[in-house]
Write a protein that binds this ligand. Structure first.
Ligand code: CMC
Length: 421
């Protein structure tokens, strides 16, 4: 017999079904709550709300665990590639050689952007942030590929998946080229990895991609590939729930990711470190400042809604950071500031009692800086990595029998009925 929870309300008591996930996460099914009682749940920020069941990613925030389709991220970084992990996240299994080759061929059909999208890039003001270009570029795919926009048509969904994956690499790289006034150049070797192609498309075909640097970029892409129902993925799902096409839904994901509390934090961290360096602020003083609510600032790259322990992605990126620095012989003074901030925060009861630890964005920007990638490209690189996750969730929701249009309720607290006379 399935277990139930008893909800005692002033008017009546009802029973609500309980269920657990495959890793033991517990849920109360309130689907019939409003219908049976007239009550809704109040949950700002959705901290206790699970709008769907999912098979893509498992995240245990208390123990710092992150797995895609059952595989731990550190194992995937060690033994796999971003291309294979994308397939894993999208389709549920690691691909065979034949599946990889077949998918690569499908994606390659879309690896050159329609000229109109590049013209669109060129018409934007010079200082346009690359996240804006990415958002309009993804939206514009619906105009160039109208025959891939029916979410109910399985073949179109498969093709739209390949189209989004193939288009994203030039959309990201050329956003950089446009802002730097560089020519749009496609990689000479069509078989190169995303990590290598990205660097070639950004810095030109003559740029020699060091194998260790390529591996680091590959790991960073893997580490961003999915993170269950985060803000941008939820945005993709919410927009997709109205049966908006895949490209429109992904553009929503880019816009949600841009905010400094989400993916925009990687840019915000480096801007914070630069400000600390330029103003010569003592890291301990900075840490005391962010504790004051009226300071208007936070320690960027610290804290997470779900992780109440070290973000496992941050642990890997911190190691990567050391590797890149010693390989490239770079000595970035921002790294020392970041280390001092981390030390000061982790020794401070304000941070420890609230379980605020470095997150994925705390050290990633320092790695990108070592690779000469400008700060405004950090969040687009997050988006490049997150793309398979967004698509996997959109597809999963699209074939979920319980999917309904996302439409939360409110508790109205405005003026009661009144008249103009
Ligand atoms: N610096 C100072 N105080 C903080 C910070 C921080 N970075 N993060 C949380 N707090 C405090 C917050 O003021 C609150 O204190 P109190 O209980 O006294 O009111 C408490 O910790 C809980 O914070 P919250 O804002 O209720 O937590 P949340 O789950 O709503 O927010 C967060 C999570 C990531 C938005 C937040 O920790 C934050 O703003 N961090 C800085 C931005 C950042 O690094 N974002 C990247 C997140 S990881 C990448 C991704 O997946 O998006």
């Amino acid at each position: 017999m399935s277990e139930k929870a008893k909800l005692i309300l002033p008017e009546k008591t009802i029973e609500l079904p309980l269920f657990t996930g495959s890793e033991g996460e517990k849920a109360i099914d309130i689907m019939k709550l409003r219908q049976e009682t007239g009550y809704v749940t109040f949950d700002p920020g959705f901290g206790n709300t699970c709008p769907a069941q999912s098979k893509v990613t498992f995240l245990d925030g208390d123990n710092g665990i992150l797995r895609y389709r059952g595989y731990a991220i550190d194992e995937l970084c060690d033994k796999s590639s971003f291309e294979a992990v994308s397939w894993l996240v999208l389709f549920g299994e690691l691909p065979s050689a034949a599946q990889s080759a077949e998918f690569a061929a499908k994606v390659a059909k879309y690896s050159r952007l329609p000229d109109g999208i590049l013209k669109l890039y060129d018409t934007m003001p010079k200082e346009t942030h690359p996240m804006v270009l990415l958002s309009i570029g993804l939206s514009a795919l619906s105009a160039y590929y109208p025959d891939l926009c029916d979410p109910k048509n399985k073949e179109q969904v498969e093709e739209a998946t390949a189209c989004a994956i193939g288009s994203m690499l030039p959309l990201v790289s050329f956003a950089y080229c446009r802002n730097q006034g560089r020519a749009y150049v496609y990689p000479v070797d069509p078989k190169s990895s995303n990590a290598s192609a990205l660097l070639k498309m950004m810095f030109g075909n003559l740029f020699v991609v060091d194998k260790d640097v390529e591996d680091v970029m590959d790991d960073l892409l893997i580490l961003h590939a999915d993170h269950e129902f985060n803000c941008s993925t939820s945005a993709v799902r919410l927009v997709g729930s109205s049966q908006a096409n895949l490209f429109a839904s992904l553009a929503a994901g880019v816009n949600a990711l841009w905010g400094p509390l989400h993916g925009g934090a990687n840019q915000a961290v480096v801007e914070m470190l630069l400000a600390i360096s330029q103003e010569n602020v003592d890291p301990e003083v900075y840490v005391s400042r962010v504790k004051q609510k009226d300071s208007g600032s936070r320690l960027m790259g610290f804290g997470h809604r779900v992780y109440k322990n070290y973000d496992p992605r941050a642990t890997i990126i911190k190691k990567t950071c050391d590797k890149v620095m010693s390989k490239l012989g770079t000595d970035d003074p921002l790294l020392k500031i970041a280390q001092s901030l981390e030390k000061a925060a982790l020794a401070d009861p304000y941070f420890t009692s609230r379980k605020l630890y470095p997150n994925v964005d705390f050290y990633s920007g320092i790695v990108y800086r070592a690779l000469n990638i400008p700060v405004e490209m950090f969040t687009p690189l997050f988006a490049l990595g997150r793309l398979p996750g967004w698509i996997a969730h959109w597809r999963e929701q699209n074939s979920d029998a319980l999917n309904r249009i996302g439409r939360p309720r409110q508790i109205y607290q405005g003026a009661v009925k009144r008249s103009m006379t």
